[in-house]
Design a protein around this ligand. Structure first.
Ligand SMILES: NC(=O)C1=CN([C@@H]2O[C@H](COP(=O)(O)OP(=O)(O)OC[C@H]3O[C@@H](n4cnc5c(N)ncnc54)[C@H](O)[C@@H]3O)[C@@H](O)[C@H]2O)C=CC1
Ligand SMILES: O=C1[C@@H](O)[C@H](O)[C@@H](O)[C@H](O)[C@H]1O
Length: 340
């Protein structure tokens, strides 16, 4: 691997997350620079490149990856574009940080996993940034000590202020609950074997007509613990992500977010974050810094392609459970030794 300093990164996709990652690499983290940006929207790519010294703009990912200035790739294009970009990076043996979802469905995620396994070593870190969030890290560390005993249940809540116009009922699972799927697997260290989705009467306030919002998802792990998720993407009031672990000898809860509580005019209260870029700002910085550091050491760490594939398979089962009702079992391919 090219060990020049700093790491030259090509950022694929310069929409909301991609532009934020460009800013992060340019101004918030160390040891990396944005060498190139790519977007099928040429004007968008050029506008983002114009803000970064020495950054070139492209509409074709393979062309950007061919540049001598590029040592690594951060994929932040829309989910359906990830597979092509990942395979192009594998062809050039470039290390990758790929935003979630790895790919939007299990079959394409499996193809990516087989392609990486054929390389014989990991090249990809998947962007499940909650694993880098200080509260989640503390919760995981506490559970791992065993002080609370065996986890029996996880209760999770995931609320967004409003969903974008293109959001569908199945995206509540594949785009949003994907995070809780990963958190459940990571915190408990077990695969998810079955998914049930319950659908309360949809909210008539804010949610577009026909959108099944909210939903209540139950994940059954193969270790016997249950994980439930309330997903509500048009709650209107704030961005809330909370988790409580109920264990044999106690409970632990994160995400109440009462950082600053003010008292004024006969009332007290705090604020609620409004979106993920605010709530998880530090987690994204730490995630991208950890990726850049590992890449410069010639290592790949963090959530793997297996984690991305497993999340895609669970979400696919979840979408089936949403559409047909009942409990749907998750079908997982055999885990390749690379991800043991
Ligand atoms: N980790 C997290 O918390 C979050 C992750 N995401 C993920 O980040 C990714 C991007 O999401 P957003 O920035 O919100 O979407 P966005 O729609 O704002 O941006 C996507 C960009 O990708 C570009 N694009 C589409 N196909 C492309 C291709 N073949 N080559 C190059 N560029 C292409 C589009 O033109 C657009 O500029 C998605 O995978 C999404 O799931 C999004 C929000 C939060
Ligand atoms: O990944 C994300 C979005 O794509 C998704 O739509 C939101 O619900 C999540 O909270 C956010 O972290």
């Amino acid at each position: 691997m090219n060990r020049r300093e700093p790491l030259g990164v090509a950022v694929i996709g310069t929409g909301r997350m991609g532009a934020d990652h460009v800013r992060r690499i340019d101004r918030a983290i160390s040891g990396a620079r944005v060498a190139a940006v790519v977007d099928i929207d040429e004007e968008r790519a050029e506008a983002v490149a114009a803000g970064v010294d020495g950054c070139t703009a492209h509409t074709d990912a393979a062309e950007a990856m061919a540049s001598d200035a590029v040592d690594a790739v951060l994929i932040a294009s829309s989910g359906p574009a990830h597979e092509e970009a990942l395979l192009a990076a594998f062809a050039r043996d470039l290390p990758v940080l790929c935003e979630k979802p790895l790919t939007p469905d299990a079959a394409s995620a499996l193809r990516v996993m087989e392609a990486e396994a054929a390389l014989g070593r990991r090249r990809v870190q998947v962007g499940f940034m909650r694993r880098y969030d200080a509260e989640y890290v503390r919760l995981k560390a506490l559970l791992d000590t065993g002080q609370l005993g065996r986890p029996l249940m996880l209760h999770q809540r995931h609320r967004n202020v409003a969903s974008p116009p293109f959001f569908t009922s199945s995206m509540l699972i594949s785009d949003s609950v994907a995070h809780e799927v990963d958190v459940t697997r990571w915190l408990l260290g077990h695969e998810i074997g079955a998914v049930t989705v319950l659908r309360p009467a949809p909210s008539s306030s804010g949610a577009p007509d026909g959108l099944r919002d909210p939903q209540f998802v139950v994940l059954e792990t193969d270790g016997g613990a249950l994980s439930d998720v309330e997903i509500f993407v048009n709650c209107g009031f704030g961005y809330q992500v909370q988790a409580e672990a109920v264990c044999e000898r106690g409970t632990a809860r994160i995400g109440d977010g009462h950082e600053l509580v003010t008292s004024m005019a006969g009332r007290w209260g705090g604020t609620i974050t409004q979106d993920w870029t605010e709530r998880f700002a530090q987690a994204y910085d730490d995630e991208v810094q950890a990726w850049a550091d590992a890449t410069r050491r010639g290592e790949v760490t963090g959530p793997s392609v297996w984690d991305g594939y497993a999340a895609a398979a669970v979400c696919e089962a979840g979408v089936r459970a949403l559409e047909q009702g009942g409990r749907v079992e998750v079908e997982l391919a055999e885990r390749p030794p690379l991800y043991a």
